[in-house]
Design a protein around this ligand. Structure first.
Ligand SMILES: [Zn+2]
Length: 136
């Protein structure tokens, strides 16, 4: 019989498939679709279709080196944003008990107990001392 699954596997052989950029584009498409449903303006559908077509074209592509390069380029911008969002999540989670400050010398992020006032802190990473002011 062969079956659909085997046909699909044969078709996808040597093709790029999915990556971080693929899932990011999918999220963009989803947002555009939802906004399009609310606003009822065709521009959101049109951009959504363009994003979807690009997504599918990339995943079907046989130029794997170029698609990897695109994904690396995307991650160069996306990873710092992701890191900040995760940090913000931690800050909100710990808002009652801790404050986060960057070391003035090595830029390491340090989690400090929430004690209001001015303190001198020793960085656990580089050992340098610096002042922090925790207002609330
Ligand atoms: Zn440091």
């Amino acid at each position: 019989m062969g079956g659909f699954r085997e046909k699909l596997m044969r078709f996808m052989y040597g093709r790029y498939g999915t990556d971080h950029l693929y899932y990011f584009m999918f999220a963009i498409w989803l947002i555009l679709a939802v906004v399009g449903l609310i606003v009822r303006h065709p521009v959101f559908y049109i951009i959504g279709i363009v994003v979807m077509v690009l997504m599918i074209m990339r995943s079907m592509s046989k130029n794997i080196a170029q698609r990897r390069k695109e994904n690396q380029f995307f991650l160069k911008f996306f990873n710092p944003v992701k890191r900040e969002v995760l940090l913000l999540k931690d800050r909100i989670r710990d808002i009652r008990t801790a404050r986060y400050r960057r070391c003035r010398h090595c830029k390491a992020l340090i989690k400090l107990p929430k004690v209001t006032g001015k303190h001198t802190v020793r960085c656990p990473k580089c050992g340098e001392k610096f002042d922090v002011h925790i207002i609330f």
